[in-house]
Design a protein around this ligand. Structure first.
Ligand SMILES: Nc1nc2c(ncn2[C@@H]2O[C@H](COP(=O)(O)OP(=O)(O)OP(=O)(O)O)[C@@H](O)[C@H]2O)c(=O)[nH]1
Ligand SMILES: [Mg+2]
Length: 372
């Protein structure tokens, strides 16, 4: 079983939390009394935990096989980089070849330059003389660069933060990036951990989009608020209000795909965001961008544009199983180091369409997978 879910310490016995909109539904183990912070759910640890149990992260059985598949997906990039270390000398030619390989892997100029400088420092400090050792030092350099992107998605109130449920997650991205599939997988894991989830089909214009989300809702036995046509912001408002009234732990809004250059559609996203805030103070708690890992260098431009419009709180990078080069995560990390609010974390990466193909992002694992 795919495992990445942890509930933090159990709350006091739960009682319904009144909301202005409607009568609350019966209490859930994952909810709490008014004023008492709801239990936080850290979406990084074993999924099998009972609602009130405290569990510590344990290695997930699915993870090792999954890592092999990630390496396989990134194989082309990896072999391009590792080829650089097959010679016998550490010289300018090696660094030049590495520069070309990193650029080829979509790392972009700033991250490539940063990695080369850092690597040279590491080589000097380690007094390395063998190119094979440099490869190990490059894994360290990439892992260090990516480390700030590694952060868990936490559902529920952080201790002391006093966040009222539900946690509202708004999911955005360009067409076909994998938004709905990601929501489906995430919903399954949340539902299996006994979180009460409600989906908002804010992609109101395409019947197929609503149906696709409805299938995931059905499959996972969770509720969905959906409406043919109409204003996506209005549907989202209804969904968040219903989520509060029904005592949901999480409301996830699926939005229609759009390019950041489609300004009227970006305005629509901003409106959805504002409407969520009206329906539930402090929400949305998460504004996620789903990025297709095959997008290459353009992925960074996407992240920057959606961030400028919405203020992103997290990323999901999908399709790293195909022809994705993977280096774009380095570009995103380097940009994040200069971003006013700090880096936008990568909560999950996806390497396929199956449930277990969505995993939490681990910087070192990724660096190792990238270099085979
Ligand atoms: N290979 C692979 N395919 C994926 C992955 N994630 C999603 N897909 C596929 O990508 C296609 C698009 O996925 P959706 O989830 O519908 O994408 P979306 O962003 O919701 O698309 P729109 O709503 O049309 O903008 C589907 O065929 C998914 O099965 C992944 O990690 N790997
Ligand atoms: Mg979709």
């Amino acid at each position: 079983m795919f495992s990445f879910f942890r509930k933090k310490p159990a709350p006091a016995p739960a009682t319904p939390s009144p909301t202005p909109e409607a009568t609350p539904s019966p209490p859930q183990a994952t909810r709490t009394t008014p004023g008492v912070p709801a239990p936080a759910v850290d979406v990084t640890a074993p999924l099998a935990a009972a609602p009130a149990a405290v569990t510590t992260p344990a290695p997930a059985p699915a993870r090792s096989g999954w890592l092999g598949r990630l390496s396989q997906g990134l194989r082309k990039t990896g072999s391009g980089i590792t080829q650089v270390f097959t010679g016998t000398r550490i010289d300018d030619a090696l660094y030049e070849a590495l520069e070309a390989a990193l650029l080829q892997a979509d790392a972009g100029v700033p991250a490539t330059q940063f990695l080369l400088d850092d690597l040279k420092r590491r080589v000097k400090a380690a007094k390395a003389t063998d190119p094979a050792a440099v490869k190990g030092l490059l894994v360290d350099a990439i892992a260090a660069l990516l480390a700030p992107l590694q952060r868990p998605l936490v559902i529920g109130s952080q201790a002391g933060e006093g966040r009222a449920p539900p946690t509202v997650i708004m999911v955005t991205g360009v067409n076909g990036a994998g938004k709905t599939t990601t929501i489906g997988k995430l919903t399954r894991h949340l539902a299996e951990a006994d979180a009460k989830v409600l989906l908002a089909a804010a992609d109101t214009f395409r019947a197929a989009a609503r149906e696709q989300l409805a299938v995931w809702a059905d499959r996972n036995g969770v509720e969905i608020v959906s409406q043919a046509g109409g204003d996506p912001a209005a549907v989202t408002f209804d969904a968040v209000s219903a989520g509060r009234a029904r005592g949901c732990d999480v409301v996830i809004a699926d939005t229609a795909g759009r390019l950041p250059t489609q300004l009227h559609l970006m305005e629509e996203l901003k409106k959805i965001r504002r409407t969520i805030a009206k329906a539930h103070a402090g929400a949305p708690h998460e504004v996620l961008l789903v990025v297709d890992g095959n997008t290459g260098q353009n992925a960074l431009a996407q992240v920057q544009a959606f961030d400028a419009a919405l203020g992103l709180t997290g990323l999901v990078v999908t399709k790293l199983d195909g022809t994705a080069k993977g280096g774009v995560l380095a570009a995103i990390a380097r940009w994040g180091a200069t971003r006013a609010g700090g880096p936008v974390p990568v909560y999950f990466i996806g390497i396929g369409e199956k449930l277990e193909d969505l995993q939490t992002f681990d910087a070192r694992e990724f660096a190792q997978a990238l270099l085979g």
